[in-house]
Write a protein that binds this ligand. Structure first.
Ligand code: HAM
Length: 431
């Protein structure tokens, strides 16, 4: 146990973590361009927030939450998603009193007690955005286009954007009744959870992961058949805006999404080739959620994308994330006297903004060079006491296999020059 991490979690090691840093760079840049500000909310919240926000009859609340009593006897839940928490923060910090709409984004870990498999974890990371305070269908289109833009900037291809409208509290009662009639005739084919959902929230049956319920739900009535005129107009306006933006989509009338707060627009982005977990992102409008959480009647819309699934897809599609060199220069020492002056020199170079490291295992010069090679360093500075007496050091270009002496006081400038030459050819990531 001591050397094994909990199932469904992962260690992101050096070598892998650079990919995450790259994603984060792309995210921050994208969000700035679309006018979004970052928000960071707690990893855990009061359980009630998710019960009320996500919905008591959802799979997330019924089966997947990490819920526990803290030492003060309060029920706490590790956040399974970000939307409810952002809405809570919007209310608690009275962001509705400032200029609207409020455009927020977040990245970070979410927790769901799901059955782990490829692309499905118990701790996973989302990039999400939430916009509060506008009904404008242009915003629905912007949010969707932004998700697609993110994937596009990463170079992802062959994505499917599925879109639907799940209606509003005015049109939903009709659908609810139709669904109840439909499933009452098939109740013996439903799992025990869904039998319970039949009276309370039949829409959730359409989202059950059990094969038998999926089978029973085929040909069930859909929300698009029962939209009220306002919802129908909103949906058509969103589709029109998407067309204008050149964002390709497929209307999927069976798309319901797994969270209760959705109204009107619901969408999901899927991709083939990463296993059964083919949804790499999803979102929609939630015009009733702010009110449900005790606030004013303020609409919202957003999405969240699963970053592990994004990385899996990039790998599967052969997209390589270039890695910047770890160090600008390695400082090797030829003898004891030089070693004595090494740390001070390393520190001085770091203060000049260079990434530098040295040997701390008392290696011979030869093994220091070997070690620098293993680190993938392109440039090594060799410090010898004779040279130091003369105020010079040796600079070795590892890939060219050449070396030359330079004055010690020109070292930082030479290293920077070498770095510039090499980076311009390679296209350092994120640039
Ligand atoms: P969601 O569909 O539950 O929506 O999750 C969004 C994305 O998170 C999924 O499409 C998937 O890529 C990723 N994801 C979900 N569960 C897992 C898992 N167990 N392992 C790995 N990745 C996973 C939401 O969370 C909503 N809050 C989205 C939203 C924001 N709607 C409006 N605003």
């Amino acid at each position: 146990m001591l050397t094994t991490r909990p199932r469904g979690t992962s260690d992101i090691l050096p070598g892998e973590v650079e990919k995450w840093q790259y994603l984060e760079q792309v995210i921050h840049r994208l969000c700035r361009e679309y006018g979004y500000s970052e928000i960071r909310t707690p990893i855990f919240e009061h359980t009630e927030l998710f019960e009320r926000g996500v919905g008591e009859t959802t799979d997330i609340v019924q089966k997947e939450m990490y819920t526990f009593l803290d030492r003060g006897g309060r029920s706490i839940t590790l956040r399974p998603e970000g939307t409810a928490a952002v809405v809570r923060a919007y209310l608690e910090n009275k962001l509705y009193a400032g200029p609207q709409p409020v455009k927020l984004y977040y990245t970070g870990p979410m927790f769901r007690y799901d059955r782990p498999q490829a692309g499905r974890y118990r701790q996973f990371n989302q990039f999400g955005v939430e916009v509060l305070g506008s009904h404008d269908p242009a915003l629905d289109a912007e949010v969707i286009a932004m998700a697609m833009d993110f994937y596009g900037r990463l170079g992802l291809k062959n994505l499917n954007l599925l879109i639907n409208s799940v209606g509003c509290p005015r049109c939903r009662p009709v659908l609810r009744e139709k669904l109840q009639d439909f499933f009452r005739a098939r109740v013996d084919r439903l799992c025990s959870h869904c039998r319970g959902r039949l009276e309370r929230n039949p829409l959730r049956i359409l989202d059950c992961k059990e094969e038998r319920c999926r089978e029973a739900g085929k040909d069930a009535p859909t929300s698009l058949d029962y939209l009220c005129p306002d919802c129908e107009a909103h949906f058509q306006a969103v589709l029109k805006q998407l067309e204008k933006l050149g964002v390709a989509f497929t209307v999927d009338r069976s798309l319901v999404r797994g969270l209760d707060y959705y109204t009107n627009t619901a969408f999901e982005i899927t991709v083939q080739g990463i296993g059964a977990q083919n949804s790499i992102g999803g979102g929609g409008r939630y015009n009733g959620l702010v009110k449900e959480c005790g606030g004013p009647d303020i609409p919202g819309i957003g999405f969240a994308l699963g970053l592990e699934r994004v990385l899996l897809t990039m790998e599967q599609q052969g997209i390589v994330i270039p890695r910047p060199p770890k160090l600008d220069v390695f400082l090797a020492t030829a003898d004891e006297a030089a070693r004595d002056r090494a740390l001070v020199l390393v520190q001085r170079l770091r203060q000049e903004g260079l990434a530098v490291d040295m040997d701390y295992l008392g290696r011979s010069l030869k093994s220091q060079m070997k070690y620098a090679g293993k680190l993938g360093v392109g440039l090594v500075v060799i410090l010898g006491s004779d040279e130091l007496e003369r105020g010079v050091v040796t600079l070795r270009d590892m890939s060219a296999g050449s070396q030359r002496e330079i004055p010690l006081d020109r070292l930082a400038g030479e290293v920077r020059q070498h770095g510039l030459k090499h980076v311009s050819g390679e296209g350092k990531y994120g640039s």
